[in-house]
Design a binder for this molecule. Structure first.
Ligand code: PRX
Length: 643
């Protein structure tokens, strides 16, 4: 195995870091491993505000867990109120820039006012703790305000990314039986309006559970408002009280549900609860981002994904940071928008995705080079493996070789960061997430759960529950058990393949299940297949991820059409639109290939493995002995060569 370069932290960085040197990291890691309950209890007491202290740090009814049972807490209180009698009262909590260039700076005090008012608005609509609200908005400050207002009342929020279609939105509203939808008229993206309220109208038409829709005016576009059901945010906000005490909720009160793709056609509602999640998000904010009070911190994710929940809203605000939000596209009006924002707001910590980095590499160095980014002190990466070449570019061109890069591995289900370097402690190796966080017991195993030696590829598993772990799937505890904890009893299956090198560093290789990662967005092959077979022209479909230079993976579809005289080009275009309609435009397939038959086993199962080989290496070398008709594969491979 070729040895990779190693980048130790500079003495200067170490000197001011929260966790200093490998001794600092090891001391924390060993303390957590030796007595996790004492470790997390101490942190819970130090890092969070409790109305009432818990009685037990940890309880399990395997695989279900409770952290800090008996405690009373509120996430909104922890993110706002507790800062108000400190020096942070007038500190900027949310620093925002809209795509058209408008700006807002919201202090912790002002955020408190906005959140209390909106919580009173929601309360007046009759929502109670445990009720569900869907949030489908663009990246405006009212989006975190809506999350925090729900959290204040114990209303369970579920944010649906604004790129999802009306169909996908409807499925999520129905699964949660949500009573309230909070949305915007529209959002700005590349100078165009994304018409969010239109999608809500389409979705809600088939959701009798929804009593109220609250609309924040962002774009000013003409929309339909249904009497009795739809209300303008600003109208309901008028004259509302600014006093709204935070509900004293159980530690295990659900904070939010976030849908993500699994290995079937139906997305999973990942349930996160309050205290453990918040603690995990707060401590990793400090350990991994080495946060200082004076920092301007910017995570470029959308709040529609878990990264935005944990590292734009809950982690940073709980830690008292200034968290920056940008509404629009990275390349609008020009490819240097991000660099312009870093220069303008003197950003110190910048957290983005490998897909974005690869797109920047392609646009050329002239864009970042035109800006003064000397304020940057730390860079981060999340969502997919970062290839060493992109890492090196990020390090040199953006970080001027001064800034450590924290490559953070985690999942919607883990709640917060699990494997990542503490930047003042752990030497970096480009492409590796390095070492597990304290309290995270990771391992690389075979299918029987036996640990594998260094540098052997295997399944990445987590051996002990941690505070931020998803507690269940909404309405489907059985699926939770079976998907994560049943394959190897007692062990959490991440679904990722990885290896651990001779220094104990983790290298993530990608998913081993039918989940794709396109631009850091998780999509299931089954979800796209079931969208495709819904189309009247389609008889059968098989979907696989295809390597892609910028987005990591792209969606490749193999489709068999029903009998008829089809114009393949037209049908392909129609199917692309169809998938965008069923799921969202970010799920549009890159490649649609028509075939008379799909490769199947004699028992009729589609052999996606072979299709994956065809799109990856244009040839099939794997075992084909179970294939029913070998000629199907020969034809498909030949077709791929022609493209
Ligand atoms: O395959 C891993 C990949 O993204 C998956 C989780 O996706 P999601 O739940 O959408 O959460 C994304 C944001 C946390 C993982 O199973 N992944 C995430 N981060 C990394 C990664 N792969 C390699 N390196 C990472 N840093």
């Amino acid at each position: 195995m070729a040895t990779s370069p190693v980048y130790p932290p500079s003495p200067e960085f170490v000197r001011r870091a929260q966790v200093q040197g490998m001794e600092g990291y090891r001391a924390l890691y060993e303390k957590a491993a030796a007595d996790p309950e004492a470790f997390w209890s101490e942190l819970a007491e130090k890092e969070l505000f409790w109305f009432e202290k818990w009685t037990k740090p940890f309880e399990t009814d395997y695989p279900f867990v409770k952290w800090f049972a008996g405690g009373k807490i509120n996430a909104s209180y922890n993110c706002i109120d507790r800062h108000l009698d400190t020096h942070r009262k007038n500190k900027v909590a949310i620093l925002w820039e809209g795509e058209p260039g408008d700006q807002r700076q919201i202090s912790y005090q002002e955020l408190h006012r906005l959140v209390c008012r909106f919580a009173n608005v929601i309360k007046a609509r009759g929502l109670k703790p445990g009720d569900r609200a869907i949030i489908y908005m663009g990246m405006v400050p009212e989006l975190p305000v809506a999350l925090l207002a729900c959290a204040r009342l114990g209303v369970i929020h579920s944010v649906v990314f604004g790129g999802f279609s009306a169909e996908a939105l409807k499925a999520r509203i129905q699964d949660l039986a949500a009573q309230l939808v909070i949305t915007c008229d529209g959002a700005w993206r590349r100078g165009k309006e994304v018409r969010l309220k239109d999608a809500v109208d389409e979705a809600v038409a088939e959701c009798p559970c929804v009593r109220n829709v609250i609309v924040y005016r962002r774009t000013g576009g003409a929309i339909h408002m249904q009497d009795g059901r739809d209300h303008w945010w600003h109208a309901l906000d008028e004259g509302v009280s600014e006093i709204c005490p935070a509900e004293q909720l159980d530690s295990e009160h659900p904070l939010y549900v976030l849908y993500t793709s699994g290995t079937t056609g139906k997305p999973k509602g990942i349930v996160h609860t309050t205290a453990g999640y918040l603690l995990h998000a707060t401590v990793t904010m400090k350990w991994v981002f080495d946060l200082r009070d004076e920092d301007t911190y910017w995570c470029t994710a959308d709040i529609g994904w878990v990264t935005g929940h944990s590292y734009i809203v809950y982690g940073p605000l709980s830690a008292g940071a200034t968290t920056m939000m940008y509404e629009g596209a990275p390349d609008f009006p020009q490819p240097d928008r991000f660099w312009r924002l870093i220069e303008k707001y003197r950003v110190n910590i910048f957290y983005t995705s490998p897909t974005a980095i690869r797109a920047f590499v392609r646009q050329g160095d002239q864009w970042p080079n035109a800006h003064d980014m000397s304020s940057l002190r730390l860079l981060g990466s999340v969502g997919e493996p970062i290839n060493p070449a992109a890492w090196e570019w990020y390090h040199k061109t953006i970080g001027n070789r001064r800034c450590p890069i924290v490559d953070t591995w985690w999942q919607t289900e883990t709640g917060a960061i699990m494997i990542a370097p503490m930047p003042g402690a752990v030497p970096l190796k480009p492409g590796s997430g390095t070492l597990p966080m304290p309290g995270v017991i990771a391992d690389i195993v075979d299918l029987k759960g036996r640990p594998l030696p260094a540098n052997q590829e295997g399944y990445l598993v987590l051996r002990k529950p941690w505070p931020g772990v998803a507690r269940t799937l909404w309405g489907d505890a059985e699926r939770y058990k079976e998907q994560y904890w049943a394959r190897i009893p007692g062990v959490y299956m991440t679904g990722d393949a990885a290896r651990r090198d001779e220094d104990g560093y983790y290298w993530i290789l990608g998913r081993v299940d039918d989940v794709m990662n396109v631009s850091g967005h998780r999509l299931s092959t089954m979800e796209i297949e079931s969208a495709l077979v819904h189309h009247p022209a389609v008889a059968e479909a098989a979907v696989v991820g295809k390597p892609h230079e910028i987005t990591g993976q792209a969606i490749a579809c193999f489709v068999t059409l029903k009998k008829g005289d089809w114009n393949h080009e037209e049908v392909a275009e129609e199917l692309r639109k169809w998938v965008a309609h069923e799921i969202g435009s970010f799920a549009k397939p890159e490649q649609i290939r028509f075939t008379d038959a799909l490769p199947k086993t004699r028992s009729g199962k589609i052999m996606r493995r072979l299709l994956r080989e065809i799109v990856t290496s244009h040839a099939v070398t794997g075992d084909v002995t179970t294939l029913e008709d070998l000629s199907v594969i020969t034809r498909l491979a030949a077709q791929q060569d022609e493209e």
